[in-house]
Design a protein around this ligand. Structure first.
Ligand code: ASP
Length: 440
C-alpha cells in the first residue's frame, strides 16, 4: 500500500475512558481503511472527579512499595477494564494479566512497569476489539538502561516489526531496555509513541485523537470562546506549545516534523469537526496573520550591565558559560549596547540564585547585576508578524490602551513570534488586549 495512504492514529485516555468511547474509536478507525496503526493511551477520566487509570497504577505501586495492601486499588483498576470487556464482549482475560503483574511486582518490577500496564492492557482490549494485531511496545520502543530513549534503534525495530503487521495496535507511553526492564516517556507520552509509529510506517498522516477539537487561539480560561486554530506550521506550534498552550506532548513533534508527516489533532467526541492541522508549510490561503497567543507567568529577568560590553570579545560566551555551568536553560536574551538580560523561570532562578550570581561575577566582573522577579511572558505567533504592516502598531497600541507596561520585547529571529515581558499582574489584561486588537 502506498505510504501516503497509511494513517497512524493515536487515541488519548479520555477517548478510551469506557466502552462507549471504545465504540466511537472503532467507528472512527473503521471509517477509513488507511487507519492501520493505532496507538492507545490508558483509560482516562469518565467524568470530572474520576481517576485516570495511570494515576491509579502509580498509586497501586506506591502502596505496595510502602508495604501496604494493593487489594482495593487493584480491584478499582480491574473494574475499569472489566466493565469495558463485559460491555463489548471481549475475550481478554484479566485473571491471567493481573497474575502476571503481581508476579512481576514480587520480582521487583519498578514504577515505570506499573504505570505502563495502563496502556498495555488498554492495547490488548483495543486490539481484540478492532481485530488488529497487538504489538507490545516493550519489543519495539527501545530505551537504554539509564532510561534514555533510543531513537534510531526504536525506528529500526518498529519499522521492521510493523512491516510484518498489516494492522496493529501498539500501546503508547512505554518501551523497554535490552534487559527487558520497562521505561516510560514523561506523562502524556503516548503522543510520542504515536509519532514514532507514524514515522516507522512512513505514514502520510499522524492523527492525534483527543477530547478537544484542536488548538485554541488563546487560553479559554482568559478569553471567552477563543477561535480555533485551523492550521499551523510545526514552527508555530513550537512557539505556542512552549508557552503553555499544550495539547500535544512536545516530544511528539520532532519525529513527525523531521519526516514532514502532518499531525492532525481531532476530537473523538466530534469526529466531523475539522480539528487543527499541523504541517511543514501552509498554503497561502490557509495562512492567517495571527496563529495564536500564549503565555506563562513567573519568570525572572537577570540584567547585567557593563560599560563597553559591546566591544568585548567573548562577553556573551562567558555569559552563557555562567548559565551552562549551573545547568540553567533560559527563554530569552534581549540586549542593549551595554546591558544584556537573561530571562528564566523564577523557580529555577530561586533554586540557583547564589551559584549563578557567583558565576556571573567571576566570569564577567559586571558593573551591575539587577533582577526583576515579577515577569510574565506573552507571545503572539503568526506569519503576520513578518509580513503584515500595521500589526506592530496594533500590538503596542492595544497594550498601551489597556495600561500595560511592557518590560521587555523580543522578536524571534524567524519573525513569526513577538514576545513581551509584563508584570504578572498584567498578564491576563495583556492577553485580552492583544486578542481583541489582533484577532477579528
Ligand atoms: N497514560 C499516560 C499518562 O497519563 C500517558 C498518556 O496518556 O499519554 O500520562
Amino acid at each position: 500500500m502506498n505510504a501516503e495512504h497509511v494513517i497512524a492514529a493515536k487515541f488519548g485516555g479520555s477517548s478510551l475512558a469506557d466502552a462507549e468511547h471504545f465504540r466511537r474509536v472503532k467507528e472512527i478507525v473503521e471509517s477509513d481503511p488507511a487507519r492501520r496503526y493505532v496507538v492507545p493511551s490508558a483509560p482516562g477520566k469518565r467524568f470530572e472527579s474520576d481517576d485516570k487509570v495511570t494515576d491509579l497504577l502509580y498509586e497501586y505501586y506506591a502502596r505496595l512499595n510502602r508495604g501496604g495492601s494493593g487489594v482495593s486499588i487493584q480491584k478499582k483498576i480491574r473494574a475499569r477494564y472489566q466493565e469495558i470487556i463485559d460491555e463489548l464482549g471481549l475475550s481478554v482475560s484479566l485473571e491471567k494479566e493481573f497474575a502476571r503483574i503481581e508476579y512481576a511486582f514480587s520480582k521487583g518490577a519498578g514504577e515505570a512497569y506499573a504505570a505502563s500496564r495502563g496502556e498495555y492492557l488498554c492495547g490488548l482490549l483495543l486490539a481484540d476489539y478492532l481485530g488488529y494485531e497487538f504489538v507490545d511496545a516493550a519489543e519495539v520502543v527501545r530505551f537504554r538502561q539509564d532510561g534514555q530513549f533510543e531513537d534510531e534503534r526504536t525506528n529500526f525495530f518498529l519499522r521492521g516489526r510493523l512491516s510484518r503487521a498489516g494492522h496493529a495496535v501498539v500501546p503508547g507511553f512505554y518501551g523497554a531496555d535490552d534487559s527487558g526492564e520497562i521505561h516510560t516517556f514523561t506523562r502524556g507520552g503516548s503522543d510520542v509513541t504515536g509519532a514514532l509509529v507514524a514515522r516507522a510506517v512512513r505514514a502520510g498522516l499522524y492523527e492525534n485523537w483527543t477530547d478537544v477539537s484542536g488548538f485554541l487561539l488563546a487560553d479559554p480560561a482568559i478569553i471567552e470562546h477563543p477561535r480555533k486554530i485551523e492550521a499551523m506550521t510545526f514552527a508555530e506550534l513550537r512557539e505556542l506549545s512552549y508557552r503553555g498552550a499544550a495539547v500535544l506532548h512536545e516530544d511528539a513533534v520532532y519525529p513527525a516534523r523531521r519526516e514532514g508527516i502532518p499531525i492532525h489533532i481531532r476530537n473523538t467526541n466530534h469526529p466531523k469537526e475539522n480539528g487543527t492541522m499541523i504541517c511543514r508549510t501552509l498554503d497561502p490561503e490557509q495562512e492567517i496573520p495571527i496563529t495564536g497567543i500564549a503565555g506563562r507567568k513567573h519568570f525572572a529577568a537577570i540584567s547585567i550591565a557593563k560599560n563597553r560590553m559591546n566591544a568585548q570579545i567573548g562577553f556573551c560566551h562567558k555569559l552563557l558559560e555562567a548559565f551552562d555551568e549551573n545547568h540553567i536553560t533560559f527563554e530569552h536574551m534581549p540586549s542593549g549596547i551595554d546591558t544584556i538580560s537573561v530571562i528564566l523561570p523564577l523557580e529555577e532562578y530561586h533554586q540557583k540564585k547564589d551559584a549563578v550570581t557567583a558565576s556571573l561575577q567571576r566570569l564577567l566582573s559586571p558593573d551591575k547585576i539587577s533582577v526583576d522577579e515579577d515577569m510574565a511572558l506573552v507571545t503572539v505567533v503568526g506569519k503576520g508578524m513578518r509580513s503584515e504592516s500595521g500589526i506592530a502598531a496594533r500590538f503596542f497600541g492595544a497594550l498601551g490602551g489597556a495600561g500595560v507596561n511592557i518590560k521587555m520585547i523580543d522578536m524571534g529571529s524567524n519573525e513569526i513570534n513577538c514576545t513581551i515581558g509584563v508584570s504578572n499582574g498584567d498578564f491576563e489584561t495583556a492577553i485580552r488586549a492583544l486578542y481583541d486588537a489582533l484577532v477579528d
